[in-house]
Design a protein around this ligand. Structure first.
Ligand code: IPM
Ligand code: MG
Length: 368
């Protein structure tokens, strides 16, 4: 049997730096665990625009459709800020999500013990936190039509459209219920049914999928604004949160900071199963390209490394190896290693991106 295939799209800013550390980990699995991947690499985002005049070449899109999993670093940078909307770096990422139909975006927020003091919230609020945000990723206001900036009378009007079909809501709800069954068996669905029709439909459909297919899972509903408040008040009340594309974007950044740093948070974007039974999948850190620190060896590679752990778990049925990698990260943090983003106001001496990656590899070695 051939090796599973991975397409690496490191992207812009700190993307290539953090991905270099993931490549060390991929190499380690090949050497030490006989877990070999056929790795290819290509461009996405601003670096693709520089070469092709668009943020994702059609050939790259086609490759992404064929591989077992895509690993993405980050896209964007200030030099691309004034580009036309249709060729901005972010459009490359959005095209991948849409054309691969990666409707379920899993964004876990876990607080590592070693970092509990580092959160801006009190330690007892975040210690031991382990929640999963399931964000709908291929519809809603990110993609709804009509959209654009139009002229009405003597002024312009900016329009985006929030749009959800019943089947789009139902499929992401199923992803959330399935995950909940393997975790704490609780789902909280968040929308704004008090002001938006799409929220009314969202709530109805999630409830129906629950009643008909997952009555054993505990389901609650919350308005998304109240959800944001509850997430900062007592986040441990949640297990799985399911929400739409835009609310999920906001709530997952909020959840990320509960854990101490955006530099820690991985994500998996999953679609329907392919012919080989694996879901279409793209794995990426939740953080962006951080152009202000790019190229300085300051970036935290952990979010990207943990994204590869999610690939091991969700694409390659290697749950035990995913656990091993997550434990290695935990050990390195417990040993006191910190990249600059994990330094408190009192400072200290941060380790570089590559030193952090090397330490994770050493911890993997020690796990054998
Ligand atoms: C994210 C990012 C993206 C989004 C951007 C880069 C398009 O913020 O993945 O959360 O808004 O979805
Ligand atoms: Mg975001």
């Amino acid at each position: 049997m051939s090796n599973p295939s991975l397409l690496i799209l490191a992207g812009d800013g700190i993307g290539p730096e953090v991905m270099a550390e993931v490549k060390k980990i991929i190499g380690w699995y090949g050497d030490k665990r006989a877990l070999k991947f056929d790795v290819s690499e290509d461009l996405v985002g601003g670096c693709a625009y520089d070469v092709h005049g668009k943020p994702l070449a059609d050939e790259t899109m086609a490759k992404a459709q064929e591989v077992d999993a895509v690993l993405l670093g980050a896209v964007g940078g200030p030099q691309y800020d004034n580009l036309d909307f249709s060729v901005k770096p972010e459009r490359g990422l959005l095209r991948l999500r849409k054309e691969m139909d990666l409707y379920a975006n899993l964004r876990p927020a876990q607080c590592f013990d070693a970092l509990a003091d580092f959160s801006s919230l009190k330690k007892d609020v975040v210690a031991g936190l382990d929640i999963m945000i399931v964000r709908e990723l291929t519809s809603g206001v990110y993609f709804g039509e009509p959209r654009g900036i139009f002229t009405e009378g003597n002024e312009r009007v900016g329009i985006n459209t929030q749009r959800y079909t019943e089947s789009e809501i139902a499929r992401v709800a199923r992803s959330a219920f399935e995950l909940a069954r393997r975790r704490g068996n609780k789902v909280c669905s968040m929308e704004k049914a008090n002001v938006m029709e799409s929220g009314v439909l969202w709530r109805e459909v999630v409830q129906k999928v629950h009643d008909e297919e997952y009555p054993d899972v505990q389901l609650s509903h919350m308005y998304a604004d109240a959800g944001a408040m509850q997430l900062t008040r007592w986040p441990k009340q949640f297990d799985v949160i399911v929400t739409d594309n835009l609310f999920g974007d906001l709530l997952s950044d909020l959840a990320a900071m509960l854990t101490g740093s955006l530099g820690m948070l991985p994500s998996a974007s999953l679609g329907a199963p392919m012919a080989n039974g694996r879901p279409k999948a793209l794995y990426e850190p939740v953080h962006g390209s951080a152009p202000d620190i790019a190229g300085q060896g300051k970036a935290n590679p952990i979010a990207c490394i943990l994204s590869f752990a999610m690939a091991l778990r969700y694409s390659f049925d290697q749950g035990a190896e995913a656990d091993r990698l997550e434990k290695a990260v935990e050990k390195v943090l417990a040993d006191g290693l910190r990249t600059a983003d994990l330094m408190g106001p009192e400072g200290g001496s941060p380790v570089s991106t590559s030193a952090m990656g090397d330490a994770v590899v050493a911890a993997l070695d020690a796990s054998l």
